[in-house]
Design a protein around this ligand. Structure first.
Ligand code: AMP
Length: 113
């Protein structure tokens, strides 16, 4: 597994507020939250960007979505949360280990900025 900031969280080399974990993924609170609920769901497999995912990742990507919905529900936001995936530095990706942002607890603009 190549090293990223998030693999260090998976390996417990750096601390994080982990809210969910299974064999395939981990969910933890964002260190710089942009909403009252801001949790990241990451695969344990290193996929730098969504565009790097391959057909064999189908089930894993679906699992991340299912987990994100479950985590949002567990946090009390089953009817009002947003998922965001930044793909590429130009749109704001800063950690090159695929992650789903789960955001909730405030108003959100549409279309997103
Ligand atoms: P992105 O900009 O889409 O790549 O999102 C990366 C996210 O990771 C940002 O929202 C950061 O605040 C968050 N982040 C960076 N370092 C940590 C960390 N050590 N623990 C939790 N979240 C982090």
């Amino acid at each position: 597994m190549s090293e990223t900031l998030f693999t260090k969280i998976i390996e417990r080399e750096i601390p994080a507020d982990i809210v969910y974990e299974d064999e395939q993924c981990l969910a933890f609170r964002d260190i710089n939250p942009k909403a009252p609920m801001h949790i990241l769901v990451i695969p344990k497999k290193v996929i730098p960007k969504l565009v790097d995912a391959v057909p064999e990742d189908d089930a894993l990507l679906g699992h991340l979505m299912i987990v994100a919905a479950q985590v949002a529900s567990d946090q009390g936001y089953s009817d009002a949360f947003r998922l965001v995936v930044n793909n590429g530095a130009a749109v704001g990706q800063s950690v090159f280990h695929l992650h789903l942002h789960i955001l909730g607890g405030r108003d959100f603009m549409w279309p997103p900025g």
